[in-house]
Every structure is written in C-alpha cells, then in structure tokens.
Design a protein around this ligand. Structure first.
Ligand code: FRU
Length: 605
C-alpha cells in the first residue's frame, strides 16, 4: 500500500514536472511562459480574453499568435515593460478548447507585463473615462482614426474605422465595425478586417453589390463589398472582401490584391461607388497628390480612366481619403439640378495646420472629373483643427449625402490626453450644395437625427449686449455634453463674442470679427489641458460674411466643440480638454452692440 502511494506521488510529480517542461512556468492560472523560447502558452483556452498589460509609450514588441500550432496573426504591441497604463483584451472566444501560443521574441524577460498578464471572462473598457464623449462615436477601447466603409444596407448604417485593437496609438491597422439604425446610437461589432500576409488594412469603402456583379452572392441577402488598401513594407495595393450576412462576417477575396501599381508608395484609400449612367463601378484613389479614377464591371478587374488634381486646390501635403459623389439641389420652378463633389483630405497642408478636408465641385462623366473651380481656389469643408478623413455613406436612403470625419489631427492625435481609447468621430453631417454667386459650395450640418438627443430646453430671449453679459450657471450638474443655439442680430457691433468658462478659469473664446476682418474665430489657447503638444494651443478661423443675423449652433461633448453657422456654410470642429465642463458664458462686444434674440441650451440624452 505504502509502495503504491509512493509510486502515485512520484508519477504525479513526474507528470507536473513534464508539464512544466513542455508548457513553461505558470505565470497566472492556465497561462505559461517559456523563457528559453520567449513564448506564452495557453494549453487549452477556456476563458474569453487574454488581458494584455500595455505601456502607452513603451517599446513596440512583435507578437505572433499561433492557434494549435498554426500562425494566424502578427501584431506589434506595446507590452508593458516598466509600468502598466491600461489593458487590452485579446479575444479568445473563437478559439475555445484550442492551444494558443504567443511568440514575443523581442520582449525582455524582466518586463512587468509577464507578471500581470492574465486570462479573464470579463474586460473593463473604462467607458467612464473623463474625456470619453457622451454622444460622439468612439471605439470601445484602443486607437481609432479614419472612418471607413460607410454603407447603408437593410435599415443599418455601417461604420467601419481604422482601428488598433491592441493599444491607443496608431498601429496594427484593422477595420473596427459598428452599426446604427439612426446615426446617433451605435452598436459595436467585432473587428471586421484584420491584417494578413498582404499587409495591414488601411482606409477604404464599401458598397452594396445590387446586381451581383462580383458573383459572390449565395443567398437572398445582397453582397456587401469592401475595398481597402493593404500596406506592407512601403508598398500599397487595393484588396477586396465580401459579406453575405449583412456585414457580420467578411471573406477576403482569394486573388487579392485587385489593384497594384509599381513604384507608387502613396496609392491608397479606394472610394468605390456604382455609376448608374455607365453601369460601372468607379474607384477614386489617392495617389501622391492627385486622385486617380478607375472603373470596373465586376469589382475585381480595374481599368485606369483618368486623374484629377494637378494644380488644383491645396498641395501642401499628401492627398488621402478621397470621395466622389453626385449632389442635387433645387432649381427655380421645382426642378432639380446636380453637381459632382470630389472630397480630398490633405495632410499636412490644412488651413489651420496639419490635417483638413478640402473639396471641389464640378461634373463627372463616368471617366473624368471636370472641376468648376479655378485651379488656385481652395475650399474647406470645416475650418477647425480636428476634422479629417471625411467621407460619405454609400446608398444612404432618401438621396441623402451624409459625411462623418475623424475628429483629430495627425499633428497630435497620438498624444491627446485620453487613455483606454483615442479619438472620436464628428457627428454625422448632411452635405448640401449652396449657390454662391456663380459657384456652388458644400455646406455640412448635423443630421436631423441629432435633434432626437435633446432632452431639457432652457431659453432666454432678447439680451442686448452693450457690455459684458454673464450667464453664471448654464446647467445644474453639468456633465459636459450639451448643445447651445445662439441667434444673433449683429447691429452695430464690430466684434460679437462669447467665452465659455469653467470654474478653473479655463475657457474657449468664440467671436465674429466685423467689419474689416470678416472672420469667425475659435480660440482654444486657454481651453484646459494643452501642453501634450505644441501644435494644440491654436486659434482657428473661418471667413464669414458680414450679415444682419447669425445663428450659431454648438455641439459640446466633454472634449470637443463643433460649431455650425446658419445651415452649415461654416463649420469649425475643435478638441478641447477642460479639467471640468464649461458651465459659464460671458457675452462680450467691441465697437457697438448686438442683440441675442434667443439663447437656447439643450441638455442631451
Ligand atoms: C489618413 C490615412 C489614410 C490611410 C490611413 C492609415 O488618415 O493616412 O491615408 O489609409 O490613415 O491608417
């Protein structure tokens, strides 16, 4: 009996010893580290997430994931070496019961993450972070830049976005995904497209393949096609993926890439749409500082048609994220006219420095875009510093043209003072053509659905501003997400201004300067936290006409102010990082007086 017991104990010891040799040292429950080969191992996955500790500005470490011994993905992750700033989850749900191995050859054995990394069934996305907007779209966690693949299908607006699921700095470009039925409330879906052997997944667009031109449709659901740039070691090419289940899962086309061009390092951001007249797919592609246009009948083979842009607009940076679409507008007598709009985002070279969105109005015949503007004219969709990569939804219902932009600027986007997530989108905005003299310009205004967020309304009428006029307590329990509408009658004033303050003395100054300057200014130099970048504390300025009345609408959301004049002929979008919400307003005037016919504050749901 005693012998038997000894034998049993010995064999248990042997087995666990053997385990230790094959698996390495158990650093947390069911998770092993093998120092000799720098591998992390989960012999049999039973939890939903592996929680990775991240050091925000730490070194990037190559991390390869193997599932049952097969390499499935390569990422670059700032695994915490000296301190843990936040955690990101590696989603294991599709690998339950399997063996997962992470090869991290560059990670030093003394790195603090090796003591903290753990498996879990839950993850805390810290959605209450101070600067997390209340009603603007943000990723659940991680880094976000451009909006991508926006398409409306079957009652759902899809919003994909440039996403790093493994940290809050730009890296590991993938397509994050969310859907909405009203453009205001968003549901997060799993990452739609991840990097593969052709490279990371850069910006692009999506369409509904109504006529099954690509031949991928299998059931009754129309196929959604996504076009995206893949980037690898300095090369860029366009790839295609398709979904037959309303965008829930995506299959990459086996013969990717579908469009390649030798010796062209900046060759990206395909915007594809269906051109009714020629019955072809059209792709607008940013190539250095021009936009190339390609066409296709099957979405797989592309023919070069023309290019636009040499000598037109601003060329002080790289052209990126184009869009091309038709916008119609009312003519006298109830008829409708139409023009084509080419959007070209540019970085740097924006009017306020860094990133911005320019546009051109003209005509498109299925092959070539002809611009109405003179070559040296510059037209900007937004005059703030935080409006970039704006593109529009394909297939939006009721002939609406709805744009959304990334609300940041490449000058400092990686350094803004948020932690678990970085960046928000602007609110979705409807684009319209407005005739100015002989030209058409493009206005952008929050989609009407935004008004459904309004909850309580406080209104004051007839304030004559001859001296300073203070409203000391805008809202009880102000959480930093509200809307202001200010109806102004300019009268004799030369400067019509107001400052939004908090009790810490931080403020944003907004003013219209008349008559000789004719500009509308937002100054955020004293707005709160500003010293994370020397490019942040700026004054942004838009040209404005001298008029009798102005209506200013401000959407304020924790860390941003989007300001619209009248119907959106002017918009200014800027980030701000106040230590507490602005809750006081001071109207001021220079050189005369003005009247605020109406001042409205809305709290937002
Ligand atoms: C614009 C951009 C795109 C590119 C993407 C990469 O912000 O540079 O041109 O596809 O970001 O994330």
């Amino acid at each position: 009996m005693k012998n038997l017991l000894t034998l049993f104990i010995l064999s248990v010891l042997l087995i666990s010893c053997g385990d230790k040799q094959t698996n390495g040292t158990e650093i947390s429950k069911e998770l092993y580290y093998k120092a000799s080969v720098k591998q992390l191992l989960i012999p049999q996955v039973s939890k939903k997430y592996l929680l990775l500790p991240i050091e925000d500005t730490g070194e990037e470490v190559k991390t390869s994931i193997f599932v049952d011994g097969t390499g499935t993905a390569n990422y670059v992750i700032r695994l915490a070496k000296d301190k843990i700033d936040y955690w990101v989850p590696l989603d294991l749900s599709e690998w339950q019961g399997k063996e997962i191995r992470l090869d991290i050859p560059e990670l030093n054995e003394s790195a603090i993450c090796l003591k903290a990394i753990k498996l879990s069934d839950t993850v805390d996305f810290n959605s209450n972070e101070k600067f997390r907007p209340a009603y603007h779209f943000t990723p659940p966690y991680g880094w976000m830049n451009d909006p991508n693949g926006m398409v409306y299908y079957n009652g759902e607006y899809h919003l994909f976005y440039q996403y790093n699921p493994f940290g809050t700095r730009w890296q590991n470009m993938s397509w994050g995904h969310a859907i909405s039925t009203d453009l205001v409330h968003w549901e997060h879906l799993p990452v739609a497209l991840s990097p593969d052997s052709l490279g990371t997944v850069f910006s692009g667009s999506a369409v509904v393949d109504e006529n099954n031109t690509a031949g991928f449709q299998t059931g009754s659901e129309k196929t959604l096609l996504a076009f995206y740039t893949q980037s690898e070691r300095g090369g860029q090419w366009q790839s295609l993926a398709y979904s037959n289940d309303k965008g829930r899962t995506w299959t990459k086309y086996a013969e990717n890439p579908v469009l390649k061009k030798a010796n062209t390092p900046d060759f990206r951001d395909p915007k594809v749409f269906w051109h009714e007249t020629t019955q072809k797919w059209i792709m607008a592609l940013a190539v250095g500082q021009i936009i190339e246009i390609y066409s296709s009948t099957n979405a797989k083979e592309w023919t070069y048609e023309s290019f636009f842009g040499a000598g037109y607009g601003s060329h002080d940076g790289v052209w990126e994220c184009p869009d091309l679409f038709k916008l119609d507008f009312p003519l006298e007598g109830g008829q409708r006219g139409a023009k084509w709009v080419m959007i070209v985002n540019i970085n740097p070279g924006g009017p306020m420095g860094g990133s911005a969105t320019q546009y051109f109005v003209g005509d498109f015949d299925g092959k070539t875009f002809h611009c109405d503007y003179k070559p040296d004219e510059k037209h900007w969709l937004d005059w703030g510093k935080d409006h970039y990569a704006a593109v529009t939804w394909n297939n939006a219902p009721d002939n609406r043209r709805i744009a959304i932009a990334w609300m940041s600027n490449w000058e400092y986007a990686n350094d803004v003072p948020t932690q678990n997530f970085r960046s928000a989108m602007t609110v979705p905005r409807e684009l319209k053509l407005i005739k100015k003299g002989k030209e058409y310009i493009v206005s952008n205004y929050p989609v009407k659905e935004m008004e459904n967020l309004r909850k309580e309304k406080y209104e004051i009428e007839n304030i004559t501003v001859e001296n300073d006029y203070n409203l000391d307590n805008l809202l009880e329990n102000n959480q930093g997400a509200y809307e202001l509408v200010v109806d102004i009658e300019s009268q004799s004033a030369e400067i019509i201004g107001f400052k939004l303050f908090n009790s810490q003395g931080e403020y944003v100054d907004l003013f219209i300067s008349l008559p000789e300057k004719q500009c509308y200014i937002m100054d955020r130099k004293s707005s709160g936290e500003i010293d994370f970048s020397d490019r942040f504390a700026t004054v942004t300025s838009a040209p404005i006409e001298a008029k009798k009345t102005y209506r200013l609408r401000l959407l304020i959301d924790k860390a941003s102010i989007e300001c619209f004049e009248d119907d959106g002929e002017i918009s200014i979008s800027n980030l701000v990082f106040p230590s507490e919400p602005y809750n006081r307003i001071r109207f001021y005037v220079k050189g005369g007086k003005y009247t605020i016919n109406k001042f409205v504050i809305y709290t937002l749901k």
